[in-house]
Ligand binder design. Structure first.
Ligand code: NAD
Ligand code: MG
Length: 386
């Protein structure tokens, strides 16, 4: 029996890599729904290639284009944010959550409530609403599989039966395109430079997050919600070659690591096949060619975003949701050429300092915090606007 799958964010970087794996093994999967934000053409093409039952575009203005593209195919077309959530609720055996940002929260929640398997790339939902999401997964019996390469690596090395025998989890960071740059140099960075990641090909938002090291900060918080260790047990090491994707240290001093080419299809395949491994066409590691693996401590003076995220993790409550919302606003303003690269962390810092709401207890509470933080961050961004 083919497994039913749904891909939320099917037109993005992770979504496209997921579709690539599914297309290589069409008989094993029955695609229920694919969703996208605005790209109705790309969505329709993907839906036709994999024979999806339903294609959903979040932007309602794209419904006519989507319908026109799907005439005569038998694929249902729908539009609107609520329809994206409904697609997540269709009950696929396996759902890839690959929407970027807080827009993924409601669809991820809907998928988790279905009690099936959710492969999670949308780290922002764990940053903003980690406790609420993991509680929902426990309540429904859903299986949450990490797709982010670091968390997927940890998942592969972490023995749940020995959870209390794990002393430390070390996330690796490439260091991004400005790893060796001084603050003065970073002051005039352009969006094009920031999205040109040295090792990974990814969507624009996460590429900027990798350049500020906010991505690693978000990943610290993500890891905290996925693995049962104290916040202090999560470390970050800069590893420019992106060969080791993360490490788990046990109490006997043994350290287990997962290695592989920097290709998201490897962690996605692990989540897609889980608990079995499936084949991928990904480049095999040639250790002799790589020759050297190097490691550095992260520099939080040059990359303050990492320290801000750790601060939000330790503070808990509403702080991670504020951090995430402010970062989304600041990254969008930077990509729009309205603020400078270094202003991103400054805006997040000032937003975190300005707001101190009560910890949200449900998703609506998270959205309230998120909205307030977006408003405040947008106001601060206007002050820095050039
Ligand atoms: P992307 O920008 O390439 O794609 C985002 C997808 O989400 C697209 O399909 C887009 O249509 C959809 N989307 C965007 N806004 C939406 C909205 N408001 N409503 C509904 N759909 C919307 O992003 P990506 O790089 O694929 O990243 C997706 C998620 O996976 C992010 O949370 C990112 O942090 C995480 N992630 C990505 C990578 C990677 O290699 N790209 C690695 C690890 C984790
Ligand atoms: Mg990652």
């Amino acid at each position: 029996m083919p497994r039913t799958v749904t891909i939320l964010g099917a037109t993005g970087s992770v979504g496209t890599s997921t579709l690539d794996l599914i297309e290589r093994n069409r008989d094993a999967y029955d695609v229920l729904a694919l969703t996208a934000n605005t790209d109705a053409d790309g969505l329709a093409q993907a839906a036709k290639r994999v024979g999806a039952k339903r294609a959903v575009v979040a932007d309602e203005r794209q419904l006519e284009t989507l319908k026109a593209n799907l005439v005569g195919t038998g694929i249902e077309a729908a539009a609107g944010e609520d329809e994206v959530v409904e697609a997540a609720r269709m009950g696929a055996d396996w759902t890839m959550a690959a929407i970027v940002g807080c827009a993924g929260l409601r669809p991820v929640m809907a998928a988790l409530q279905g009690g099936k398997t959710v492969a999670l790339a949308n780290k922002e939902s764990l940053v903003s609403a980690g406790t609420i999401m993991t509680q929902a997964a426990r309540a429904s019996g859903a299986t949450l599989l990490p797709v982010d390469s670091e968390h997927n690596a940890i998942f592969q090395c972490f023995d749940p039966a020995q959870a209390d025998r794990v002393g430390r989890i070390i996330l690796t960071a490439s260091g991004g395109p400005f790893r060796t740059w001084g603050r003065e140099q970073m002051a005039s960075v352009t969006p094009e430079q920031a999205v040109a990641h040295p090792n990974w090909s990814m969507g624009a938002k996460i590429s900027v997050d990798s350049a500020t090291l906010m991505n690693k900060g978000l990943e610290l918080i993500e890891a905290f919600h996925l693995f049962p260790l104290e916040a202090e047990a999560f470390d970050v090491v800069v590893h420019p070659q992106s060969v080791i994707h993360s490490l788990v240290e046990y109490v006997d001093g043994s350290v287990l690591a997962q290695l592989g080419s920097p290709d998201m299809r490897i962690p996605i395949a692990y989540a897609l096949g889980w608990p079995e491994r499936i084949e991928t066409p990904c480049q095999r590691l040639n250790l002799v060619e790589i020759a050297n693996l190097s490691f550095e401590a992260p520099d939080t003076d040059r990359f303050p975003a990492l320290a801000l995220a750790r601060e939000a993790l330790i503070a808990g409550g509403a702080k991670p949701a504020i951090l995430n919302a402010a970062n989304e606003i600041a990254v969008a303003a930077f990509l729009d050429n309205r603020i400078a690269f270094l202003d991103i962390a400054t805006i997040v810092r000032e937003t975190m300092d300005a707001l101190d709401p009560a910890p949200p207890s449900d998703l609506d509470g998270v959205f309230e915090v998120d909205k307030a933080a977006r408003g405040e961050a947008a106001r601060i961004a206007r002050e820095y606007s050039r």
